[in-house]
Design a protein. Structure first.
Length: 322
């Protein structure tokens, strides 16, 4: 009887410990403001009226999980589809891919770079790669002038091996930090970063402030594609503001947040996830709060987290454009 009592107590303690851990991880946390007071211009400059940009989205894979695992305070009973997305952007002077998802050899790369725990944590269902999608629509690598990546985590950089002759646009700080951290940080796959055949191009923020961002880069000189620094999730992350010919304006934020709902509520990722994927957690919190304020100040702006399937699918699917 005594042994059964002790066993029951032990089992109860384990259940309480697990419950406490889950509660701690998923309990709603609201980012109340930046770490230091800021005087910010939250409104973006007026959108250009003469944009000839066409934009289209595609997804190379997905996974489905409870919303509660995507951000604190999420619903355990609401499914969230995370997508490995990319966007084809056509400008009169250039056609480029923004982001790009996973590539042809992802199954092998995934198995070789992840231990058992991470391989299952980041499990996915692959669909059609950017390379395959272009080919199915009569296009090829030669039709893409460059690929712009918000950052170099594996689920963004996995497009690189399929486009070795295509320039890859990142910040120099992002590449340097990724190479340094890749030895121990499983968010990076080293082979994507050190292949001598990869043609890297570095974006420099040589233009002035854009809304609340203290510097920017007008990529074509016509205000249709603006890059802004968004360090936090990684050392050199950046975002892109794109104005389409339709008049719609999009803000592609990479992985600063995985969910538009998290931005609306200013809720961060789970602490467990933050410790795995975020370079500077307090800086990410500042960025998520800032995105919430930007959303309020720019109601016509569509903020696009790269992995939020519900948001991505609102953009026309390739080969259709808007």
């Amino acid at each position: 009887m005594k042994k059964r009592y002790i066993s029951a107590l032990a089992a109860g303690a384990i259940v309480l410990a697990i419950g406490g851990m889950i509660t701690y991880q998923t309990w709603p946390r609201t980012i109340e403001g930046p770490r230091e007071p800021m005087e910010l211009t939250l409104e973006f400059p007026a959108a250009p009226q003469n944009s000839e940009i066409r934009i289209s989205q595609f997804s190379t894979g997905y996974n489905i999980s409870p919303e509660a695992l995507i951000y604190t305070g999420g619903n355990f009973f609401e499914q969230h589809q995370s997508v490995y997305s990319g966007f084809v952007v056509e400008h009169p002077r250039s056609t480029f891919i923004l982001e790009g998802g996973i590539g042809t050899n992802i199954a092998r790369e995934h198995a070789e770079n992840f231990n058992f725990f991470y391989e299952n944590l980041f499990a996915y269902t692959a669909t059609e790669t950017a390379k395959e999608l272009l080919a199915a629509n009569g296009k090829s690598q030669s039709d893409v002038d460059f690929i712009a990546l918000t950052h170099l985590h594996w689920d963004h950089a996995a497009i690189i091996p399929d486009f070795l002759d295509t320039p890859i646009l990142v910040t120099e700080n992002e590449l340097n930090a990724a190479r340094e951290e890749a030895v121990e940080n499983q968010s990076y796959f080293q082979e994507y970063l050190i292949n001598p055949e990869t043609e890297w191009e570095f974006l420099e923020f040589t233009d002035g402030p854009y809304g609340p961002f203290d510097k920017s880069k007008d990529m074509f000189g016509d205000r249709t594609v603006i890059a802004v620094p968004m360090a936090g999730h990684t050392a050199g992350s950046m975002g892109f503001v794109v104005t389409a010919a339709s008049g719609k304006r999009y803000f592609f934020i990479g992985d600063t947040s995985w969910s538009i709902e998290a931005i609306k509520k200013a809720h961060p990722r789970l602490p467990f996830a933050e410790n795995i994927v975020d370079h500077d957690v307090p800086m990410v919190h500042d960025q998520v709060w800032l995105l919430q304020q930007i959303m309020k100040a720019n109601p016509d702006l569509m903020i696009v987290p790269t992995h939020d399937g519900n948001v991505v699918k609102q953009i026309s699917a390739y080969p259709a454009f808007e």
